[in-house]
Design a protein around this ligand. Sequence first.
Ligand code: ADP
Ligand code: MG
Length: 284
Amino acid sequence: MNNLNFEESILIFILCLENKEFVVFLDIHNLSANINGKEILDNLCFEIDRGQVHAIMGPNGSGKSTLANVIMGHPKYSVTSGSIVVDGENILKLTTEERAKRGLFLGFQYPTEIPGVGYSHFLRNAYNILNKSLSGKQENREVFLTVKEFHEYLKKNLDNVGLQTTFLSRYLNEGFSGGEKKRSEVMQMLVLKPIIAILDEPDSGLDIDAIQAVAEAINILISNGAGVLIITHYARILRYLSKLDKVHVMSKGRIIKSGGKELSEELEVKGYGWIGLTDDTDNK
Ligand code: ADP
Ligand code: MG
């Protein structure tokens, strides 16, 4: 920079700023991954930026949960090619915890019960760890100095998803009903404030009221500025969302079609046969 004059320095500064805008928060390029030698993701490309809301739909077995798990670095999958870049950094070599520290969070399709791990203890630890990594990157992160303050924050968020305060003294997911587990997953996201929240079928197995409650909780995430990737089979939950930037259809490990909200409505009415797809589980 020493040899540059003032105008040149300003120009480079502006170019850097412009380039920064082109860095999409989560950028997945030509990603292929397999499990036990069986190829599931096939040169998949997908990107989602801060604050955006995307939905991925697609037949059973098309690889939606695999994609979510591979983004978070689940060790049972092997990535054979491509990249997953978060905020300009390739995260493929990072552990799941390190990925979480960069602001990614996955709500599981089938949340596991973890007896012995207290709900509020778990969330307070996770929140504090995330705060250390994300405090400079997210303005809306409160710092809770006392256990009591954090407890109040948890109570407010339990209320947001329609769960009772008594959940705080229970073990993580232990004995929760299907609906309670789903609400609990969204509640954890509300508490932790990830930059991109990935929700794998948050509506599966829920009655209509619970779907609406979960959607409203997701809307709080969205209003807090989180990006949301929601995997679902149904347009219903998407209808309740305050924002939906893109809908993608996945088949055989690839995104084969993208569109707006109308694409999800069309799929709901016409099914996947309309775009030439059947259940992928039979085709593999
Ligand atoms: P989706 O979430 O779209 O229904 P998944 O990502 O769960 O799809 O599964 C994609 C494919 O991976 C399916 O064909 C499934 O049978 C296969 N698969 C998932 N887990 C395993 C495993 N442990 N071993 C072999 N194949 C698996
Ligand atoms: Mg799945």
